[in-house]
Structures are given as C-alpha cells and as structure tokens.
Design a protein around this ligand. Structure first.
Ligand code: UT7
Length: 318
C-alpha cells in the first residue's frame, strides 16, 4: 500500500501591503474595528504586472526545491482557485507551461476557500491508487481582482497570495483523512453574482452576508474537524497543530475552544495576510514549517469553511 505524503511546501507572498490605515482612506472603517472584529492588520496585493499563474509558479518552485523534486518528476498539477487568470483554460495548464514539466495532466478545482482541502482528497486518492507518484497541489488567489474596495463588509478581509505542496507516494502514512461537505442552499450568502454565464456583465465582485457565514463557519469547522479526527483514527488530544482557515480571528478562536485545543496548538497568521481563500492554509503551513512548529510524526489538522457553502477538514501526519 502506498501512502500520500507532503514532502515540500512553498509560497508566494506579494510585496505590496494594504494596511488597515490604507483602508480607512477607502471606506468608513477603523484600524481598531478591523483588528477587534477580525484580527487582521494588513493584507498583500499582487502588482499589476503579475497574474495568479505567476504566483503559482513561484510557490511551486519553492515547494519543488524544498522537497528536492525536479519538475520532470511531477505527474500532475492541481490548482485550487476562484480567481483564475482566464475563465478557460485553467491556471494549472498555464502553470504546466511555466514550469516546463512533461505534458502531464493539469486542472483547476473550484471549491471556494476549501479548494486546497478538496485537492488533498483528490491527490490522496490518485496516489494511493497508483495513478500518480508525485503531484503539485496549489492554492492561489488574486482576490483583489474580485474585491469591491467600496464595500467595507468584504474589502477589509481579503488578500492575495499563493501556496504549494509536493505530495508524493510514500511507505509512511501521510494524509490520514480528508472529510468534505457542501450545501448549495446557502450559495448566495457568499458569491459573485456577475461575470459567469448567468449574468456575464453583472456585478463581478464578492458579495457576502458576513454574519450568516460566520455563524455557520464556527459550527461546521467544529463538527467537520471531529469527523476528520475520527476518520484518522486518533483522538483530539493527539493533534499537535491545528491550522484553520484564516478567515476571522473570532471564528478561529471559537472553533479552537469548541474543539478544546490549547492556544499553543493553533497556528494563526491572519494578522499579516487576511483571508487568502484557498491559499490560506498553505501560507500558514509553510510558515509553521519554517518556524519549526512542525516536527516529523506530528499530526496536523486543517479545517476550512467557505463559499458554496463548501467545507473540508484533513488530518496529515508529517
Ligand atoms: O472565507 C470565507 C468565509 N468568510 C468568513 O468566514 C467571513 C465571516 N464573517 C466575518 O468575518 C464577519 O461577519 C465580518 C468581519 C464580515 C463582520 O463582522 P461582524 O462582527 O459580523 O459585524 P456585523 O456585520 O455584525 O456588523 C457590526 C457593526 C454594524 O454596525 P451597527 O449596525 O452595529 O451599528 C456594521 O455596520 O459593525 C459595522 N461594520 C463595520 N464598522 C466598521 C461592518 N463592517 C464594518 C467595518 N468597519 N469594516
């Protein structure tokens, strides 16, 4: 039996910062309000010369380097994103060319903020079924392209960034469990009304009923995390690090408390990057690895809730 294991991480963090003070000049808000209600101090914005696929390239190059893998050895590319360069073709196809890999399969996966966790499930299945030996899995978002900087209910939250992992076949257990779910009934609580085939010229920015999303997120992150912990056949106290979706500090805190996980086991970097959707868990994972907060054999819990609604949690042995 072969297992699917993460063997390298990488990120791309745009240089340009958008601080709470900058936002005070754009909408009626304050640094104090944003920090108290969300935990965010600043986010990053992609410069005009670059696109989502450029962020993916940098994140992948770093992940490949960190796992000592050549692009020639990659069997497939999966990109989680809601902000592709084009509606079609996929960012993954553009990335295949930028990375100069063999003519391997490449596709995007759309599951809102939960995209990376959905990708983990696909990668695990493909590797365990011997359809691939090494995969690049990416979460990358150019959210500033779909944020309305006149809407204070959303523009304070979101930022740009990309993260990537190499996932490969291993004799040691790696991705222990992935549990996914979705409920389209709430689709219009967090969505982009225009720009799709239904209304090609309509409002093309994110719309969100923040309060409703918040309440559901706290409940689902708890129940879905427990599902993933059970599926991994471990107990909650065997989780060494909890890496939740960085959507709102109050959601993270409520979920952590409900799961009864101590503060020091919860990784947070929302203050620096805000909510980067499908990149958020990857940015946090890379940072935790760099800061030596993860050691071999640790059990890591990821949990994400977002647009769809779609959600996913995973337990990964490092
Ligand atoms: O990644 C996908 C998942 N997304 C999420 O998980 C996001 C979930 N939602 C949230 O993070 C929060 O709901 C928000 C941060 C968006 C809003 O925070 P909230 O605590 O739910 O605020 P609220 O909408 O209940 O508004 C409270 C008050 C209102 O004023 P009144 O009616 O009490 O006078 C708002 O008008 O705060 C006001 N307000 C603001 N004030 C300053 C709302 N947004 C702002 C703002 N600055 N940016």
């Amino acid at each position: 039996m072969s297992f699917a294991k993460i063997t390298g991480t990488g990120v791309f963090i745009p240089e340009k910062r958008l601080t709470n003070e900058d936002l005070e000049k754009l909408v009626e808000t304050s640094d104090d309000w944003i920090k108290a209600r969300t935990g965010i101090s600043e986010r990053r914005l992609l410069d005009e010369k670059r696109n989502n696929s450029d962020m993916c390239l940098h994140a992948c190059q770093e992940a490949l380097k960190n796992s000592n893998t050549s692009p020639d050895d990659i069997d497939g590319i999966i990109v989680a994103t809601v902000t592709p360069d084009y509606i079609t073709p996929s960012v993954a196809c553009l990335l295949q060319e930028k990375l100069k890999t063999r003519k391997i399969f490449a596709f995007d996966l759309s599951a809102g903020c939960s995209g990376f966790i959905y990708c983990l499930s696909v990668a695990k299945a493909m590797i365990e079924n011997n359809q691939a030996k090494k995969l690049l899995v990416v979460g990358s978002e150019h959210l500033s392209s779909i944020v309305d900087y006149k809407d204070r209910g959303t523009c304070i939250l979101f930022g740009d960034g990309a993260g990537a992992v190499v996932i490969e076949s291993s004799k040691e257990p790696g991705i222990l469990s992935v549990c996914l779910g979705a409920s389209g009934k709430e689709a219009e609580l967090l969505y982009i009304p225009g720009g799709g085939s239904k209304d090609p010229t309509g409002y093309r920015f994110l719309k969100m009923e923040g309060k409703e999303v918040f309440k559901e997120a706290v409940k689902v992150i708890q129940s879905n995390s427990l599902e993933a912990i059970n599926a991994a056949n471990i107990k909650t106290n065997e989780i060494d690090l909890f890496i939740p979706h960085q959507a709102n500090m109050r959601i993270i805190e409520a979920a952590r408390e409900r799961l009864d996980l101590p503060l020091e086991k919860c990784f947070v970097n929302i203050d620096k990057y805000g909510n980067t959707s499908s990149a958020s868990v990857l940015l946090a994972l890379h940072e935790a690895v760099k800061e030596s907060k993860i050691k071999k054999g640790d059990n890591i819990l990821f949990s994400v809730f977002g647009a769809g609604f779609a959600w996913g949690s995973a337990v990964v042995k490092w």
